[in-house]
Design a protein around this ligand. Structure first.
Ligand SMILES: Cc1cc2nc3c(=O)[nH]c(=O)nc-3n(C[C@H](O)[C@H](O)[C@H](O)COP(=O)(O)O)c2cc1C
Length: 368
């Protein structure tokens, strides 16, 4: 298929950026920063490689916003100090040199924190021990601790932490930030019925459970320049509970996508293991279709889209953009390969993510 007729390769304006095609890099934690959270030259070469391979926008791995409870993993990068800003500039420069914008994903791990150099205890909406086990690929083992319930003041500090990190992202020359409201981390812990037993305005019905995510989006939007993109990521499934579904079905989807759009999100990034499948049992609409129907911002779809025809299908039904995770790890030049009609490599978990998720020598181009 010539690229001019291919929905994958139509340009799109997002904020001030004109994206050359519809394919971005999904956020992926690689636990390859220094112990105190600074991005490295290896990470700069790693990210630049995807821009060179044709990805029209890049999302960083989940990056912790503050020096208290947000860090989730050892060797995760932060945007919590001036040193972090300085280090990220090396990455943003390298990616800009290859011509793509890069957005920092801001992630507060909450009760799923399994490695934090600043605090011993974890925090969450309520004192409920998380389901599941710590992730081995990020160096964890065994169950999670029961978190301390965040106070009203703790919630204000958490919002302020996201705002300050977004301001640092501007300083580090990022083109935007993505608020990580998905996958079981703290904002999703507020949205999830069984981890949120609060009696205040952040607990109870779905309008209350999505409030914190919406407040973070609104505060970050207000604190950053107009041209700076402020997106949000949402999911039903979680790293520690893949089968969770929003219990109110489409009604929840309407409330959730409506609230974050009203808060000023510049895009809605929805992720499922297979985002091309119906979001709810017995229904037909996918999560990206529901985001398009009930939200008011461009929709990015993620999850199981490395096969080009599946990717084209989601673009033709609700999604404006898509991101690739494992498909990008296997094919750092996926957009170029597909544009040129070349074959794709299958993702090899053992080779790339064993014994842990850190960036392997084989993944980074040699120094010039
Ligand atoms: C090694 C690895 C690390 C990940 N880290 C993050 C992360 O930091 N933030 C996030 O939102 N999602 C993270 N994800 C999820 C991916 O962004 C994506 O949703 C998932 O891989 C499904 O998309 P895919 O089918 O294209 O791989 C990670 C996935 C992998 C494989």
């Amino acid at each position: 298929m010539p690229t001019e007729d291919d929905p994958l390769f139509e340009p799109l304006d997002l904020g001030d950026e004109t994206l050359e095609n519809r394919v971005g890099l999904a956020p992926m934690t690689r636990t390859s920063a220094t112990g105190d959270g600074r991005a490295t030259a290896e990470m700069a070469r790693y990210y630049a490689k995807f821009a060179r391979g044709g990805f029209s926008f890049l999302l960083t791995e989940g990056t912790y916003p503050d020096t208290s409870h947000s860090q989730g993993y050892d060797d995760q990068p932060g945007l919590a100090t001036d040193e972090h800003v300085e280090a990220w500039r090396t990455v943003t420069d390298a990616v800009h040199d290859e011509g793509s914008p890069i957005f920092a994903q801001l992630m507060h791990a909450g009760a799923l924190s399994q490695g934090n150099r600043y605090e011993d205890e974890t925090v969450g909406p309520s004192a409920v021990e998380p389901k599941g086990e710590q992730l081995e690929m990020y160096g964890g083992e065994g169950g999670f601790d029961e978190p301390r319930e965040l106070t009203a003041e703790g919630i204000d500090d958490l919002i302020e932490g996201f705002v300050a990190a977004a301001e640092r992202a501007v300083e580090a020359n990022f083109d935007g930030v993505e608020i990580h409201g998905a996958n079981g981390y703290v904002l999703d812990q507020f949205l999830t019925t069984y981890t949120n037993r609060r009696q205040d305005e952040y607990g109870g019905g779905v309008e209350n459970r999505i409030r914190l995510t919406a407040e973070v989006v609104e505060a970050v939007r207000a604190a950053t320049p107009e041209r700076f993109v402020v997106g949000v990521r949402l999911s039903q499934s979680k790293v520690n509970d893949p089968d969770y579904r929003w219990p109110g079905g489409e009604g929840d989807a309407e409330a959730i996508f409506g609230a974050v759009s009203d808060a000023g999100a510049d895009y809605l990034h929805v992720t499922e293991e297979n985002v091309a499948a119906p979001a709810f049992e017995g229904g037909t609409a996918t999560l990206s279709e529901l985001a398009d129907r009930y939200g008011d911002a461009p929709v990015i779809a993620n999850g199981g889209l490395e096969e080009p025809d599946t990717a084209r299908r989601v673009l033709e039904s609700g999604a404006d953009l898509l991101t690739l995770g494992t498909g990008a790890l296997a094919n750092p030049d996926w957009p170029t390969r597909v544009a040129e009609g070349r074959s794709l490599e299958a993702f090899d978990f053992e080779r790339i993510l064993r014994p842990d998720a850190s960036i392997d020598d084989s993944e980074v181009p040699a120094d010039d």
